[in-house]
Design a protein around this ligand. Structure first.
Ligand SMILES: Cc1cc2nc3c(=O)[nH]c(=O)nc-3n(C[C@H](O)[C@H](O)[C@H](O)COP(=O)(O)OP(=O)(O)OC[C@H]3O[C@@H](n4cnc5c(N)ncnc54)[C@H](O)[C@@H]3O)c2cc1C
Length: 385
């Protein structure tokens, strides 16, 4: 019996499990293979919806579903928190004492946010990286009567790189609609020397910042929050006052990956081969989604396009053949809708070799994002797109 153990029941873990079932149907029926997903919550959360709790009337209860209902019935689900991976014995230890052996291990445990790493974050800053925080931000925006809104980033990498730009654009549009634009300033602080990491996206976004009158600050990596003066300080030595601060919290990989010696401290990102998705050259260990150290967007769509590669590589190993050419290597494909505000959006589609060439913002791509959000439960986790 070959045991495939998938840690994490988010986008990457769920999709990989369901794709594996499709390709290993015969072996599963014959009892030659077992597929198990371990997740600490047993719930699957659609995180892109958090932005719409803050910006568009979305409800938290619509963004979470029991993991069991999304997994094929032939996949075992264990609800529990992973504490350690013991490589020599190939055993995963859970917090409640349960131990799970594996022949193939898939690491899809995402990223974690650490607002507490910045002093005064909890009392001074808003964010939208959890449902609760997004609701709190919505309330702060509802109570906003004018002043200076600062959107900034407290550390790279972070999930969904376009999200803080989208939030800046959406807030600017909302202020206009509420008649508060004249009484307000919107500032966006980019940690690098341009608006966005990818040059072609930066070229698209910079004139939009200008048209909307949003002030762009470059090389501004937030390091401190001065709660008395309501001022943020950057690593680069600049200061910027705010009335309402929206700060993307620092992100890291899961602590147990560091504790198990699989990922280096302090980041905890798994050293992952850009094509095979193997972890540190191990033939039986794969990573996908936010957990990897790949220099790509930490996005659900990245996990979505990586899952078929992990699947094909495990199936090929079990069947004793070479991975097929079409699905055996990840080519860096990512696809993200990008909100511009005023009912418009664009699309970022790229891979390792081809940078994005975002189309002129229009209503179609905004609607595309809304439709994708609504249909997510029936499509991505089940492997239908
Ligand atoms: C506000 C916001 C907007 C976003 N917008 C977009 C977007 O427009 N497009 C896009 O593509 N992506 C977007 N994303 C990013 C996307 O949600 C993530 O990149 C994606 O969820 C990553 O998938 P994953 O499978 O790697 O991790 P996750 O989906 O985070 O799943 C990880 C799972 O691992 C489990 N886990 C973690 N540690 C343990 C442990 N120790 N033991 C057991 N289980 C554990 C967790 O419970 C979780 O279920 C957005 C994210 C946010 C926060």
């Amino acid at each position: 019996m070959q045991r495939i153990l998938i840690l994490g029941g988010g986008v990457g873990g769920t999709l990989t499990a369901n794709l594996l079932v499709r390709k290993l149907r015969r072996q599963l029926k014959a009892g030659e293979v077992a597929i198990t997903v371990v997740d600490q919550t047993g719930q699957h959360t659609y995180q892109p919806g958090f932005m719409y709790i803050a910006m568009g009337g979305e409800r938290a209860d619509k963004l979470q579903r029991p993991e069991r209902g999304l997994l094929d019935s032939r996949v075992n689900l264990v609800v529990g928190q992973v504490e350690k991976v013991d490589e020599p014995t190939r055993i995963v230890h859970l917090k409640d004492g349960e131990r799970l052996g594996y022949d193939y291990l898939v690491l899809a445990t995402g990223s974690r946010i650490l607002p507490e790493a910045i002093e005064h974050f909890d009392t001074e800053a808003q964010h939208f990286y959890t449902a609760e925080a997004a609701l709190k931000l919505r309330k702060a925006l509802d109570g906003f009567k004018g002043g200076r809104i600062v959107v900034a980033i407290a550390g790279m990498p972070y999930k969904c790189p376009p999200a803080p730009l989208e939030v800046s654009f959406l807030i600017e549009a909302e202020l206009r609609q509420r008649g508060l634009r004249q009484a307000s300033e919107v500032h966006f602080c980019s940690p690098i020397g341009r608006a966005f990491t990818i040059e072609s996206v930066s070229e698209m976004a910079t004139p939009i910042f200008e048209q909307k009158g949003i002030e762009l600050h470059t090389f501004f990596n937030v390091e401190t929050v001065d709660a008395e003066r309501h001022v943020i300080g950057s690593l680069e030595g600049e200061e910027l006052p705010y009335d309402l601060l929206i700060l993307v919290p620092p992100h890291k990989g899961q602590q147990f990956l560091i504790d198990s010696g699989l990922a280096p401290a302090p980041g905890g990102w798994l050293p992952t081969d850009r094509a095979t998705l193997q972890v540190g050259g191990r033939p039986n260990m794969f990573a996908l989604g936010d957990a990897t150290d790949l220099p790509l967007s930490k996005a659900g769509s990245t996990a979505h396009f990586e899952a078929p590669v992990v699947t094909e590589r495990i199936v090929a190993a079990i069947e004793g053949r070479e991975p097929d050419h079409k699905h055996g290597d990840y080519l860096g494909k990512v696809m993200c809708f990008f909100e511009i505000g005023d009912g418009k959006g664009t699309l970022l589609q790229f891979d390792y070799e081809h940078p994005p060439r975002p189309p002129k913002p229009n209503q179609v791509w905004h609607l595309g994002k809304i439709v994708f959000n609504k249909t997510y439960w029936h499509t991505v986790p089940k492997g239908r797109v």
